[in-house]
Design a protein around this ligand. Structure first.
Ligand SMILES: [Zn+2]
Length: 302
């Protein structure tokens, strides 16, 4: 609680100082007529970009390369919320700080978009995780099926924020959704034909993708990337890899790359990159990264 009061006062002071220094409009206000959209992390940026194209100005709130599960809002976060028209976050416990931050920022014009609204959530099973993070697995954006729902929610909110361009947003959303759907159908068919379904990755981020594609994930770190596994967990994972003849261990930019390598060496598997879209991961688009993931998983299961 105290943290929030301190943040709120600091943010107010900072905004007050800005106004005092520059009479009239700030540079930010006059710079463009684009809709200013604050997003929490990279997948949200990708969806907003696909729908809003050149009519939106996107601000990333969680600095790129920061592990978003452990992110704590700062004065900067509150200022970003204070000046945005739209705020897009994933929800399902991915950004547990959101409600408090929106309240503290006190921006009356802000349209708040929970992108995952309407998605069928996957419940968590670990009691400790439920206590700390809520009921559900947050990684909904890693499913092409869910991505279509998130895009729809974002398009509706953009149309509300900028009604003059509602048709533009709708058309972009329709076109992008068709692309998502096409990739989903193509790979669902491919995976269905494979007898092998198990893959091993850095943290348990792919439950929704697994649901779409009929796959099973196992991981070095938990759903929330809470840290390196215990020796016992590693032994179990090693046995799992041997039993299921796992040929590839997937690594993520921000999660236990060394442990992944050690495990791969131990079971004679190779190491391949996988994208969680929690950061920009080199800057390829959501669809390109998704296709790369699916191709890599597919060839690891052949
Ligand atoms: Zn994650």
């Amino acid at each position: 609680m105290r943290k929030w009061i301190v943040l709120a006062i600091s943010a107010l002071l900072a905004v007050g100082l800005l106004t005092a220094c520059s009479p009239g409009k700030t540079a930010e206000e006059t710079s463009s007529s684009k809709v200013k959209v604050a997003v929490t992390f990279d997948a949200m940026r990708e969806f907003v970009q696909a729908v809003g194209k050149d009519k939106v100005e996107i601000v990333n709130m969680i600095p790129d390369g920061t592990e978003p599960h452990g992110f704590e809002p700062t004065i900067k976060t509150l200022k970003q919320l204070g000046t945005a028209r739209l705020f897009v976050y994933n929800g399902l416990g991915m950004e547990p700080w959101v409600e408090k931050a929106v309240q503290t920022a006190g921006n009356k014009n802000l349209i708040v978009v929970e992108a995952s609204k309407g998605i069928k959530p996957i419940p968590l099973t670990d009691t400790e995780e439920i206590q700390e993070h809520g009921q559900y697995d947050p990684h909904s954006w890693l499913s092409l099926e869910n991505a279509q729902i998130e895009v729809k929610n974002i398009a509706e909110a953009l149309a509300k924020a900028d009604p003059d361009n509602a048709d533009f947003y709708q058309a972009n959303a329709t076109e992008y959704t068709a692309q998502l759907q096409q990739v989903e159908e193509e790979y669902a068919r491919k995976f269905q034909a494979l007898p092998n379904k198990q893959f091993v990755t850095g943290h348990a981020a792919f439950a929704y993708l697994c649901r779409d594609m009929g796959l099973q994930q196992n991981s070095i770190e938990s759903v929330f990337a809470d840290g390196e596994p215990s020796t016992q967990q590693l032994v179990r994972l090693t046995e799992y890899c041997r039993q299921h003849h796992v040929k590839t261990i997937f690594v993520e930019d921000m999660v236990s790359p060394k442990t992944s390598q050690t495990l791969a060496d131990e079971v004679g598997a190779s190491v391949k990159q996988i994208h969680t879209m929690e950061a920009s991961e080199g800057g390829a688009s959501y669809l390109d990264r998704m296709k790369e993931n699916l191709d890599e998983i597919y060839s690891s299961l052949q």
